[in-house]
Write a protein that binds this ligand. Sequence first.
Ligand code: SF4
Length: 187
Amino acid sequence: MDNRLTDSDSITLADAFVQVKALYEGLDAEIDFHKPRCVASGRCCHFEEYGHRLYATRLELEYFRNVEIVPPAQAAGGESSLDTKTKPPDRTISFPLPLINDNGEIAPGCPWQVNELCTARRGRPLGCRVYFCDPTSTHWQANAYERYHRLLKILHDKAGLAYAYMEWRAGLGTLLFTPPPPPKENG
Ligand code: SF4
């Protein structure tokens, strides 16, 4: 990915999104090299059924919002916060499948998986990209995850975005309560 990550200058959130895209492309190319087998079982997205959890960083969630969820114009420029208790949920954001069940509990599985297929491939986070249930792929997965996660942390700093690491559905829920961060000038 772009070597500007090693510079100490700060960047705008829009620049950070460009870097996240490049980072994902680099990772995807690396994964192609390993040629892991995907049988489209949907196992990676049925968290409860298969006993695993997906986590994503704050920047990845913001990137996901930017490419997969059209942000409501009226929210642009507002304050961003992880405090979901004091803000009304943004009902203009919706997901292909419900995020919250009628009983108020988080629905099992990912709300972007429809008929065993991911409907958010452009914006899906690092954890989704790197996870393959192919047993021959375990040796490189953790290493790739750590390296790219480290780069994402650096991007948080450079973009002045408070780092957070959240369970995927909890993070998506947070997006319902928080407007996108205000645009920031380079400086
Ligand atoms: S974003 Fe896509 S790959 Fe990731 S958990 Fe959801 S459906 Fe699966």
